[in-house]
Design a protein around this ligand. Structure first.
Ligand code: HEM
Length: 356
């Protein structure tokens, strides 16, 4: 029997520290990016070896616009740019990203050391679109104060939910990941009575018990397949922020075997369902980024396919995915937003996206 391709460490247990790096590859930076991808497992081992309890890992994802620039190899079947959504009150923007590096460890210093080494190698070859250092907060709570991650699949169910299989044999062992950076209006949230917060989330705050409410965040994100079976994703959300700057956020990251499942959840949240016009978590949380990546298997990184012949990659990426209510995708547009000179994302005021 053929052995299953080894996945990257997408299934590694949740840790207390993470760094999320979203990068775009500069013209001419492709070879350096390829070398980094090939060296990543070795770099991670080198830095993590001396601290085995630190469980250092790094998952690399490749964005739609970058695939044909980096590899002369068939595209993963479901790789496309993030589909932006325009709801009646809230929007999910698409933002640029050619590479995602998701670093995890039980110690922030290990993530920091590996990120430093990675960026040293990539300097000049990439532009940093976003960097977030996340931490586990209290007893695994988000900054809204609720326990986050309870309903994640585990064991064989997690593998089944997250890893590409026979449906795309050339990419078996891979995964799709969507990231979004949310900023919270904590003053407004904390002004709500706890019972109102619990109805919005769909779980009790102190005891984390699920409530029966078909318009809650939990209900809107309970997605079923054609046979009524639940469709899971694997989340490793991380709080981040800066009390000094009054910034409080959740970095959403969801791995799945097909991006369809996460995209359905996002449509439920932003465009609504028969039970709710939108997810009320969004009245207090603004999505300021949104990018989709494909995570190749570890075997793929071990033995990278050839680079495309120069000039052959132009125009091979598909158009943005169709979705209900999307606005034009910007992720693959020429000349993606480069970081502003102040080091910010350069996309203006990130505090609120509500139009009313
Ligand atoms: C502001 C950002 C977000 C926050 C603070 C947040 C927080 C939470 C919390 C507290 C829960 C309940 C406990 C749990 O099962 O984890 C939950 C559940 C869940 N969330 Fe989120 N979430 C956010 C964004 C998202 C997004 C963007 C998606 C999907 C696209 C998502 C998908 C889910 C799913 C699938 C569940 C489990 C539902 C079930 O019980 O089956 N979340 N989230």
């Amino acid at each position: 029997m053929a052995t299953e391709p080894e996945p990257q460490s997408v299934l590694s247990p949740l840790t207390s520290a993470a760094i999320f790096l979203v990068l775009t590859v500069e013209d001419g930076g492709e070879q350096t990016a390829r070398e980094l991808l090939a060296d990543l497992p070795g770099l991670t081992r080198a830095i993590g070896f001396g601290a085995p309890d630190g469980r250092l890992s790094c998952v690399a994802g490749v964005g739609s616009a970058a695939w044909d620039r980096l590899f002369a190899f068939p595209r993963p079947a479901d790789l496309h740019p993030f589909t932006p959504l325009e709801g009646t009150r809230h929007r999910a923007p698409a933002t640029p990203g050619d590479l995602l590096l998701h670093l995890r460890a039980t110690r922030p210093d290990l993530c920091f050391a590996l990120a430093t080494e990675i960026m040293k190698r990539l300097r000049g070859a990439v532009a940093v679109q976003d960097e977030v250092q996340g931490f586990k907060y209290l007893d695994v709570r988000d900054l809204l104060g609720f326990v986050d991650g309870t309903e994640n699949p585990v064991g064989p169910a997690a593998r089944q939910a997250v890893l590409v299989g026979a449906e795309d044999p050339e990419h078996a062992g891979g995964s799709y990941v969507i990231v979004q950076k949310y900023l919270h209006d904590l003053d407004a949230w904390n002004a709500l009575p706890v019972e109102a917060q619990e109805r919005i989330i769909g779980r009790t705050k102190a005891t984390n018990i699920e409530l029966d409410a078909d318009d809650s965040h939990v209900a809107l994100n309970t997605v079923t397949g054609p046979d009524g079976e639940e469709q899971d994703i694997l989340r490793d959300n991380m709080p981040f922020g800066s009390p000094g700057r009054g910034e409080f956020g959740t970095y959403f990251i969801g791995y799945a075997r097909t991006p369809d499942v996460t995209e359905q959840m996002l449509r439920n949240m932003f465009l609504g369902t028969s039970a709710a016009s939108h997810d009320r978590i969004l009245d207090f949380s603004t999505a300021v980024t949104g990018t989709l990546f494909y995570v190749p298997s570890a075997d793929f990184l071990d033995d990278l396919p050839d680079a495309p012949a120069r000039g052959s990659a132009v125009g091979t990426a598909p158009p943005p995915a169709a979705g209900s209510g999307p606005v034009p995708a910007q992720a693959d547009a020429p000349g993606p937003a480069r970081p502003a000179s102040d080091g910010s994302l350069g996309i203006g005021n990130l505090n609120r996206s509500t139009s009313s």
